[in-house]
Design a protein. Sequence first.
Lengths: 366, 376
Amino acid sequence: MLNKIPVLIVICCLLLTGCGGSKIIEDLAILEAVAFDHTDSNDNPIKTTVLYPTVSKEGMAGTQFLSANGKSSHETFINLQNLTNLKLVGGQSTILFGEELSNQGLFNIVETLSRDPEFGTRVKLAIVEGKGEELLKKKIPSIPDNAEYLYTFMDKLGTQTRILNTDKYRFLRDYYDDGIDPVLPVFTYERDNIELKGLGTFKGDQYVSLLPLSETHILNLLCGNVHNGRLMINMDDKKTSKTNQLFLSDITSKNDTKVNMRKNKTVEFILDLEGSVLEYTGTLDISKEKYQRQLEKQIENYIKTNSKKLLVKLQKDETDPIGIGTLIRNRLAYEKWKKMNWNQTYSKLNFKVNVKVDLINTGKSK
Amino acid sequence: MMVKKRGNNGDLMKERLHPFQLSILIYTIQNGLVLYSLPRYTAEYFGTNGWISIVFIFVLVNINILMIAFIYKLGKGRSIFEIIDKTVPKWIMVPFYLFIICVWIGTASMIMRLYIFIFKMMFFPALPVSLFIFFFILLSFQMLRGGLYKMTKAIVVLCAIVQPMLFLLFYLVPEFEFARFTTFFFKGGTDFFKGALHVYTAFLGIEVSILFFPMVEKKWTKALFIGNLLTTVGYILVTAICYGFFSFNQILNDLIPVMTLFEYTEVSFLSRAENLCFSVFAFKILSIIVIYFWGAQQFLGNMMKKMKPNVWIFIILACAFLFAMLPDSIVDVEKWLSWLSYCAIGIAWALPLFVLCILFIQILKKLIDRETDHAK
């Protein structure tokens, strides 16, 4: 009997804990999206816009925006608190960075976010061409909630294309790694819709170059093995001086990288690609094996030349989203790696790309 | 008959712990809270691929266990108090006993407080600390009253609740990359000795097993090795996954990398699993602190045999409560905990060494006595 009383007390006390620190959902503004932008003011260089869902008394769901300026990201949050009767809390949200702010560097903001346990590691990050605030505030009739739209959009991108699968954890991981640079998707609101523009690559924490979607897909092939990928190819036809389109679907590619650090420092990418053709606007009769082989050669050439172009572009911008640094680091002794001037070495690297394409099928029609 | 008197209640001695229960007990009482920061400690002090250092420390811990096993064998199952009391007068030992009691209670309180601090920081920033401490103390009281046998049974059940969390690690495999391990070994680290001490603290708790002698079945010592092996495998698994999941500098910049690791797991029915993991982990923390309290209780009980065991439990828990209320920041707790843990490591090595020395003296004495008998 004696034993039961303390047990009862414990159970009662445990139930009581529910009363402490309660969060009532009606009193909360759960942030769905946050946009950070650079402002021209010297005093308050950061502008934060938040978007959270609201429910009216009639039960209508909607969204609300708030914007505030401040010296640091958290100061803007404090200022935002003064603009609403609700308590702002972070959630599994999307975080957008304006282009200008991204060019200056994002580390301070991302680091603050990782200090705050409210923001999870899977928070999605993206760059906005122009102002992040504008994108959140853009009214698009078919999209009731821009934040939710963006989140599911990025979720979809992540499952389709490996390199577009970005979040806070991946950004920080690649930022801290000395052999790779982070990447983030870039969105634009110029036209009628919120649109994916391409991939932004970083040097350290600064956004340096935008890769359009065609280059993003090539980069995806260079970054590692790909399953179920897609590639749209524009090939110039010398005979007719027209451009032919070819759509390669269900791509499975294996990527092997070889590093030679002797005299001519060379990095060689060996791609082994399989895929099926779902669209071809050229003149070859691709139902015949002979022409299929010819087409394979053309695709190989396309990927080869475009990969080299991309690699040179990345080299010029001193950004390494592929992780070539990691490959080289793992070949060298520690002291040699630490002594190495990476930017100099990277700019002098030679690249070789070997591609082998196998067309598995050419679709349903002959 | 002497053996039967010791312990909480006389009847406990009838049932002895099975080696299987014991290995689970050993596994559970090793200081798992350190695991949450272990990747950072190994990276900070050992540098790249610091997780391998766990293997070296594992060997050291095994030597420590070997000493305890030797004592059991040479002492023929007598408790260490019997061994010591036979040769050394009790009053000499009292200050040492008191020191051990203080260190153990202190360590337990600090582990509890650090857990509460992290828990508060992550999940309930507004709740009062004293409430958390009170719960731990109350639950400890319940477990301590049962004595070692019942405690172990409870701990085995608690362990069964904590362990399934390890399976969540499988969800992180897609993010794992061997390239992040780097090909460098122990480069960029600063202090191997300090690092070894830090990693060793993750194995602490096992030294209390030196008091188990009267309550265990014969051939129990293998349970110590099995329990320790389980701990090591768990530690290496989690730490190695961290090294392939995070980049090296990221580990250095994360206070609690394993928390972030679990935070990243997302299953269709569960996201941000660190919340669940860390809450369930309270049971492991409870086991760790209870075993230290129990150890302290044994020492106190031996010093003054006339007192009722419940009185000691009250005194220990009251001290623990006060101790735990002292520090007021994570840095404070970590400082206290690291000093107390160093002392605990000292005890873990010095106590068995001391008892072994006494045993050798006793054996030598016996031999000399026998020879003089023969001479006569």
